[in-house]
Write a protein that binds this ligand. Sequence first.
Ligand code: AMP
Ligand code: MG
Length: 414
Amino acid sequence: MPTKADPCSQPSLMHPDEAIALLLKQVNPLEDSEVVPLSQGLGRVLAEDLASSIDLPPFNNSSMDGYAFRFEDLAHNESLQLIGQSFAGHPFEGEAKPDTCIRIMTGAPLPDGYDTVQMHERVEAKEAAIFIQSPKAIGANVRYRGEEVKTGGKVLVSGTQIGAAELGVLATIGTSQIRVTRQVKVAFFSTGDELRPVGTELASGQIYDSNRYSIRGLLSRANVEWIDMGVVEDDPEAIREAFKNAAANADMVLTSGGVSVGDADYTKQVLDEVGEITFWKLAIKPGKPFAFGKLGKAIFCGLPGNPVSSMVTFYKLVLPLIIKMQGLPQVKPLQLKATLKGDLRKYPGRVEYQRGILSQDDKGEFEVTLTGGQGSGMLTSMSLANCFVILSQEQGDTSDGTLVTVEPFNSVLC
Ligand code: AMP
Ligand code: MG
């Protein structure tokens, strides 16, 4: 089949990987930090190493509901005498004596003197006479003081992003306040005279401003502090004001729309006046046009207006910048090979991020189906998808059964 060239491709288009490398050189991790309550720590990045001021666990305790005793006593006794109980939060107050045992619950303190626990399924109680099947070794079912972390031991290092597990770890050592890096602040707005906010009627030629909502979602998932500046009309004065306000209040100014070649609007003119901005043409589909530069101290990223393009360029180009500013490492996205179900259309020329649904067949092999129409304005292609099917620049039409590269959506896209 003769291969047609991509009508939107030109030899001068920049490969997205080259663009990312250039962009990353332009930003640095934020240096400031602040102290926040642990309850507000989710998604934040630790700005200090944290050591435990207590042993973990803080005391010897049982990992089972059962009976605690001295292992050696089983060697010369048919049964042991029950002398008390230790419940979580209610330790045994008595003294461990030879040839005795106590009832003990999971997490309850193991009294000094006892060394072993047997689970209650392996114990027969006849009033105060307790018949215990011997466990294999002394110390069975005991969690020792400090066996996980000793006092002074490091539990988390600076630069760790706090997820659910880290919140729990910090609570386990009793931390109520944490020092974290300042959140990246992003001010964003949409440009375009055709855009109307949701909740209003559309007149002829108008559409709803959807990008601000998807961008809000992306920014929230990326754990940044965002300022939604609404829709800015195609009026030089309004655009100038919006850029100034945004740049004064944020580390990053993010816009959608008005960066493509055909845009005879004022965005470029105003950006040239108030900052240093370069308009890029990337060998990526969707998302060819992209603008980047500086507005005062803030960095500026101008996403294309087409809804899928704006999400893809955010994911591919803006997210790595945010991650670097947050002081987090760039993690190469997980990619895997899946069998394409159905045919796929592509012109050679640009790297494509087609939207797919990744699943596993009966044998556990990965397969991927496109979400349907792949137009850069079709946002349902993103909402139906759980992955990108990534096709290299040179790749053309691809037929059913071919192994293709798939990148599952990360937590920011889900
Ligand atoms: P532009 O990048 O401004 O040339 O816009 C490209 C396409 O995206 C046009 O069809 C616009 O109407 C559409 N578009 C631009 N901004 C938005 C937005 N905020 N929400 C939804 N569609 C948009
Ligand atoms: Mg526009």
